[in-house]
Design a protein around this ligand. Structure first.
Ligand code: C2O
Ligand code: CU
Length: 560
């Protein structure tokens, strides 16, 4: 063999290695850890003692094994938000939907099968309210040998937006459930776990991002807060959105971002301003005048290297939209477009076999034990407030067990009324309850219109579907018009998302192909609305061929 052939052989082997998806392994030890914020110390639930938790790094198409070890004193489950897990719902994580909780002292080895996701995703606890502190990034880089569809950034910067209560989060949740009203508002918002210099005792630990003038940085942003959409901006800098929810978008230049709980946004930041210090600020957006919210501001500092600024001077501040500017939120959200390039093509279903209309409502139910009130809040989809079973729906489905769930989730709301009217009959406030799933056939093409209602009070709902990405083909304020609104659908380059904020007293239409068999949770990503019952389940049946059927469960599935 001559040198030339040897070299070619080497290249072939190298190419082979590069095209192979890797197996990546992590251990997540769930434990209680002391953390001090806002001048007080409390025990929080963490993974490996870290808050926010460790970043999982993988490449497109990899499989990641995470050995979750529960050394805490409470149950836990972990969800890989935005990972489709083709044919493998067993690792998905929502408590009592796809698994029983991992009990203290036990473990569960979760297999995270990546497929076409590329960009920023995240993981979080999916039992009670533990996701407040149990969350982290899941970064999916391009395959070896491929690149970003934009110039390689100088560095990647995580921006994890969160929420901090001085009180124990379990207590916050229990008090909230007992009261029947709204939850106690948080004491701080956070960036990468730090409230920032607008809060007591927090200035020294403010998150700092050092940048070099002339370089471009990629911000991997997730809203991991519990209960509100956020506005984010950086003083004097435009941002360029290049991706959301693990899919690329057309570059979108913007002065601010609106990001839903659950959503991720990838942004490019060009350090093209004088060498100084600039705030990255984040605040809650809250469209509902009747609900209390944490109206504080969390800050991080973008600090240019080699600047000759006064380090004790206040950095420049950005102009954020006002807290209740629902147009600012809806305009940003509806301006996202898929990249839709030949390297990153899209595949919007055009022939629809299942048309669904789901109303999203806040409700009231009588409450005899609520202190100071005779009713408690609830929430519903198509007027059904979800009753979570005490065993896994996936397990029951797989084993053909009766009595855990029903398959009568309605395709349309039970009553037709002017959903977004200012004056609605109070009789509309009472929901039904049930554990109903919607069965889809393999390869059904689904159009689902979410219709926000003004029952009790209209508010945005960031809706999230497990096991799928969906195309957001349209949205608007007011009632969805079956005749007129589809004429304006974007079927050319709609964004591919997993979480979408349905505007207050408005609607959003999504489309997806039901090609991932399994049991998949769908819910509002506001934690209080989940607790109130704004969730349902899709069961997607197996296809006919072996490669379109659910894979069998792993041997170590947790037991109830
Ligand atoms: Cu981000 Cu069901 O979750
Ligand atoms: Cu909601």
């Amino acid at each position: 063999m001559n040198m030339h052939a040897l070299f070619l052989g080497f290249l072939v082997i190298l190419g082979f290695i590069q095209s192979q998806a890797a197996l990546v392994r992590y251990t997540f030890v769930v434990q209680e850890t002391n953390y001090t914020r806002l001048c007080s110390t409390k025990k929080i639930l963490t993974v490996n003692g870290q808050y926010p938790g460790p970043t999982i790094s993988a490449r497109r198409g990899d499989t990641v094994i995470v050995d979750v070890v529960n050394q805490a004193s409470q149950n836990i489950t972990i969800h890989w938000h935005g990972v489709k897990l083709p044919r493998y719902p067993w690792s998905d994580g929502p408590e009592f939907i796809t698994q029983c909780p991992i009990q203290p002292g036990s473990r569960f080895s979760q297999k995270i099968i990546l497929s076409d996701e590329e960009g920023t995703l995240w993981w979080h606890a999916h039992s009670d309210w533990s996701r407040a502190t149990v969350h982290g990034l899941l970064v999916v880089s391009p395959k070896i040998g491929t690149t970003f569809p934009f110039p390689k950034p100088h560095a990647e910067v995580p921006v994890i937006l969160g929420e901090w209560w001085k009180n124990d989060i379990q207590t916050v949740m229990e008090d909230f459930l007992r009261s029947g009203g709204d939850p106690a508002i948080s004491d701080a918002l956070t960036i990468n776990g730090q409230p920032g210099d607008q809060y007591n005792c927090s200035a020294p630990a403010t998150t700092k991002v050092k940048v070099e003038q002339g370089k471009t940085y990629m911000l991997r942003m997730v809203n991991a807060a519990m209960n509100n959409i956020m506005f984010v901006a950086i003083a004097n800098h435009q941002l360029t959105v290049v991706g959301t929810d693990g899919a690329y978008t057309k570059p979108l230049k913007t002065n601010y971002v609106a990001i839903s709980p659950g959503q991720t946004i990838d942004l490019l930041l060009e350090a093209n301003q004088p060498r100084n210090r600039y705030y990255l600020e984040a605040k809650f957006y809250n469209s509902n005048p009747r609900s209390l919210f944490d109206n504080t501001t969390t800050t991080a500092i973008i600090e240019y290297i080699n600047g000759n600024y006064n380090a004790s001077a206040t950095p420049f501040s950005p102009l954020l939209p006002t807290f209740n500017d629902r147009n600012a939120s809806a305009n940003f959200t509806s301006s996202l477009r898929s990249l839709a390039s030949s390297a990153h093509p899209i595949d919007v279903p055009l022939e629809i076999t299942r048309k669904l209309l789901y109303t999203l409502s806040i409700n009231r139910l009588p409450c005899a034990t609520c202190v100071g009130r005779d009713n408690r809040f609830a929430a519903s989809i198509n007027n059904i407030t979800f009753d979570t079973p005490r065993t896994s729906i996936l397990g029951a489905y797989y084993r053909g067990m009766n009595g855990v769930y029903g398959d009568d989730f309605p395709d349309n709301p039970p009553f037709i009324f002017n959903y977004t009217s200012d004056s609605l009959n109070t009789s509309l406030q009472t929901p039904m309850d049930g554990t109903e799933v919607k069965i889809l056939k393999y390869n059904d093409t689904v159009e689902l219109v979410f219709q926000g209602t003004n029952v009790v009070s209209g508010i945005d709902h960031p809706m999230h579907l497990h096991g799928y990405s969906f195309y957001v083909v349209g949205s608007g304020f007011g009632n969805f018009d079956r005749q007129r609104d589809p004429l304006n659908y974007n079927l050319v380059d709609p964004p591919l998302q997993q979480t979408i904020a349905v505007p207050q007293n408005g609607w959003t239409a999504i489309r997806f192909r039901a090609n991932n068999p399994g049991v998949w949770f769908m819910h509002c990503h506001f934690e209080r609305h989940v607790s109130w019952g704004m969730e349902m389940v899709f069961i997607v049946r197996n296809g006919k061929s072996a490669d379109t059927r659910m894979l069998p469960p792993p041997p170590d599935m947790p037991k109830c």
